[in-house]
Ligand binder design. Structure first.
Ligand code: SF4
Ligand code: SF4
Length: 366
């Protein structure tokens, strides 16, 4: 069975401004193709697309395929829960939204220093074990966005956990901010199976600067996205690799079976990583975790995408400025930012959003 998992965080939408406008014609054909090519693992969360992701699991998967033909993972928002009754209410809602009566994998979502404390106080870990004993989940786990020291502490305290979901990709592997390699090694030390998220870093590793793309194409004989996936699939202990997929070509490319990368090919990726790092102004993955609580609903990732494009291709400035103007006509501008920093508390990439928004505003002049 392929290790590739279908992540339902970013789905094809009919209207990019409306996260509930899932394009089911496209999504259903992707779900069908994924299953036809041997994919089984699907991943969602209570908060993805404001609940539309779980509904999409029901409509595109659970109501169209027998329950034993797919593996479904869902996540409990660790920063929302206050007690076990809360956990239970959310869990029941998730079952109903997804149209299933159990999850194969149920996780605490997004543990970091703050959310971990909340999960402990609220009985989140005990709740996972209750579900396991009731047969409502077969495996338990948590997704993690912090350093190896905290990961070690959590896994020492909770050896009962089956899976750890980590952000791993070749760009973050040696990054002092993400410490992906160190987190991976901690999970292995505790004998945990690993689910990888963001193997292509929100698309950053699929659309490389030309110099980096040349190195990857020549050095790995794979498309950039496929090389990024091969990097994580080849790591011992990796059980599943999640990828959000928006088109049939992308899905076919991602799921195609290829051998793990050789040492020489991995060296080519690290060489490309140096170039990518030097060309990517803002390491935003487009996950949109920052936008939900912004009082002005500033479309932060879209502004960062435009800014990154400008930094990569300054000679295309007229096209990029056009996209920027169009966005400011429909949404609050970066210069409107209140500097409340609510968004920054939710950014798994630890981006200094307020400062960067100011920089974006200065760059485009308004
Ligand atoms: S700091 Fe700015 S972008 Fe962030 S939540 Fe506040 S207003 Fe929104
Ligand atoms: S700024 Fe951070 S939270 Fe917002 S979309 Fe980018 S990576 Fe995600």
């Amino acid at each position: 069975m392929t290790k590739l998992g279908f992540g339902f965080l970013r789905l094809p939408l009919l209207d990019k401004k409306d996260e509930h406008s899932v394009d089911y014609a496209v999504l259903n054909s992707l779900t069908d193709l994924f299953i036809e090519k041997g994919g089984r693992y699907f991943d969602t969360a209570f908060t993805y697309l404001g609940g539309a992701s779980e509904e999409a699991i029901r409509l595109s998967l659970a109501e169209r395929y027998p329950r034993d033909s797919f593996i479904l993972a869902d996540k409990l928002p660790s920063w929302v829960i206050k007690n076990k009754e809360d956990c239970r209410k959310i869990f029941e809602k998730q079952l109903s939204r997804c149209g299933v009566d159990f999850f194969d994998v149920y996780m605490l979502h997004w543990l970091n220093e703050v959310n971990y404390i909340n999960a402990e106080i609220s009985g989140g870990f005990e709740f996972l074990e209750e579900l396991r004993s009731e047969g409502k989940t077969l495996k338990t786990g948590f997704s993690f966005h912090d350093g190896p020291e905290l990961l070690d502490k959590i896994l020492s305290k909770h050896p009962e956990i089956d899976y750890v979901q980590l952000q791993i990709n070749y760009l973050d592997w040696k990054s002092p901010a993400f410490r992906a390699k160190e987190c991976y090694e901690v999970a292995l030390k505790h004998g945990k199976e690993i689910i990888v998220m963001e193997p292509v870093k929100g698309g950053t590793l699929a659309n490389l600067p030309p110099e980096a793309e040349k190195i990857v194409l020549e050095g790995c004989s794979s498309s950039p996205a496929s090389a990024a996936i091969r990097f994580v699939e080849g790591l011992p202990g990796v059980k599943y690799v999640l990828s959000g997929m928006n088109g049939e070509r992308q899905l076919s490319d991602n799921i195609e079976k290829r051998p793990p990368l050789s040492e020489k090919e991995i060296s080519a990726l690290f060489e490309a990583a140096e170039i990518i790092r030097s060309k990517t102004a803002v390491p935003c993955t487009g996950c949109s975790y920052c936008t939900g609580n912004c009082p002005l609903q500033i479309p932060i990732p879209r502004y960062f995408e435009i800014y990154n494009e400008y930094c990569r291709n300054p000679e295309d400035d007229w096209k990029i400025e056009h996209a920027y103007s169009a966005l400011t006509r429909n949404f609050s501008r970066p210069s409107d930012c209140l500097r409340c920093r609510i968004c920054e508390q939710n950014c798994p990439q630890k981006i200094n959003i307020v400062e960067i928004l100011q920089k974006v505003s200065r760059t485009f002049g308004f």
